[in-house]
Design a binder for this molecule. Sequence first.
Ligand code: F6R
Length: 612
Amino acid sequence: MCGIVAYVGQKNAYPILINGLKRLEYRGYDSAGIAVANDNLTVIKKKGKVAELLKVTQKIDPHGTSGIGHTRWATHGAPNDVNAHPHSSRDGKIALVHNGIIENCDTLRKALIKLGHVFVSETDTEVLVHLIQEYKTRYRVPLEESVRLALEKVVGAYAIVVIDQDEPQKIVVARKASPLVIGLGNDEFFVASDATPLIEHTKAVVYLQDEEIAVLEPGKKLAIKSFQNEPQKPSIVELDMKLEELEKGGFPHFMLKEIHQQPETIADCMRGRLNAKEAWTRLGGLEPYLDRMAKANRLIITGCGTSWHAGLIGEYLIEGLARIPVEVEYASELRYRNPVINSGDVVVALSQSGETADTLAAIQHVKEKGALIYGIVNVVGSSIARVTDAGSYIHAGPEIGVASTKAFTAQLTLLSLMAIQLAKAKGTLHHAYYQELIRELSEIPNKVRNILAKDEVIKDIAETIKDASNALYLGRGYNFPVALEGALKLKEISYIHAEGYPAAEMKHGPIALIDENMPVIVLATNMSAYDKIVSNVQEVKARKGMVISIISEGDRQIKELSDYSIEIPKTIEPLTPLLSVVPLQLLSYHVAVMRGCNVDQPRNLAKSVTVE
Ligand code: F6R
């Protein structure tokens, strides 16, 4: 949430900042702003997207070789010009951008008001920049020391970048529980909330650690200290990312590109981890912990949103195949409970971004209970990847569309590999079934390709539901979490209210909603509960609901009962979600486009939810 960029070096900072903000816009787009240091500090900020900011900055064309920028997802105060970042100190000499929340900002604001400070915005960030200036003038210390002193008083989560007109060729950055990456150039430094804006400038980066402050000055080495003022050795990492991964590649939206990338991303997730011919699976991250996990009393899978849905499918997979008890819990609940977790348990944290505040906090919360913590993460080097004891990357590549698609199927692929490997270690599967699972998993990318080829059919169906106000998604067994995911995709990008339910639960309440205006999307591919699904479809039709069914190729019975059907290739039941979710992603996408919604940047949402 919120994107931060900064530059200090020999080049003109302004274009670097604007490009960086465009790359980071998926993190929040309520407002955007920049501050560039020249003879004085030029601060320009605007409500709305970076395009709105550009209309103003183009006229001013600020010049200067250092600057900071921000794209905002509002927490404290409405999205408007005044609350936009950067925020300035009382004397206008210091400017600051911030991602996170300062929890004790009211107390700090009152204390500063007593000292004569006047605030123009409603933000917590403005309080922090005033506090920094207060220490700078009171103790006559360099910027970094005044930042350190101010942060001693702050409670909360933050990544900040500070610039000072008195020392214009210096940038000070600090973080606690919000991500920040420093790019090392040729006598220059770049800063960003994640690596995406850095890749076009440098591949050498340093991930700032929690409670560290860094001073960036061209001509000098990167200087990092802990909040306790102890020097830290920077650990330089080489980025493994290509610029073209951050472009739309000819698609109208990132979301559509990412849906269409799934045959490759699923294959990438399996690469080197599955061999269909020799019938083995091997997750390198799992191997050293295989015994401990296989013998675990219980796995507790945690995450948020789409990652939580993947976790629910993980429960079906791991319990079904490896016979290890699994619980799935929202990270936002786990972090505030006093759960019974002990050293015999394993906590599996699922996160695309690796930065979700609730998931990170849940990990910290359960850490001292002695359980092994295993991360399943997409973004390499992210906070969750670093705080977990062990883990596996899903290798889906950068996911830019706010609605998660390719990360979800990569998470399912990883969880399938994990379940199969655990099952093998525990000896819970017949060899023939084990071989079939591996063979079928290796076929999934081709089968996804087959579904993607039906895009036009799905688009026609989208036309029939685009004006609906509500929609119901029903699924049983492995398809129940897919129903939840399908409903989430529709509501988050098209703003149609949608609910996902286990199909059998329909008669315990939701059936009351069904009439001729209610599209009911039924995931009807499970062979094990086929007759029951047929009954559910009949129940919907009896109430005049419009049935859109996702069926296995060749299924005539449900096709005839349905108003519309999308046929998907057959697979074995535990792997069904990898296929059945794909038409739902495309359906949501087309409905949202037809309704004129901003598919990649839905209102009120942000990609990386780094605040509570
Ligand atoms: C939905 C979506 C969100 C995320 C959730 C967790 O399309 O993207 O629900 O799944 O915010 O994010 P990660 O996986 O980054 O922890």
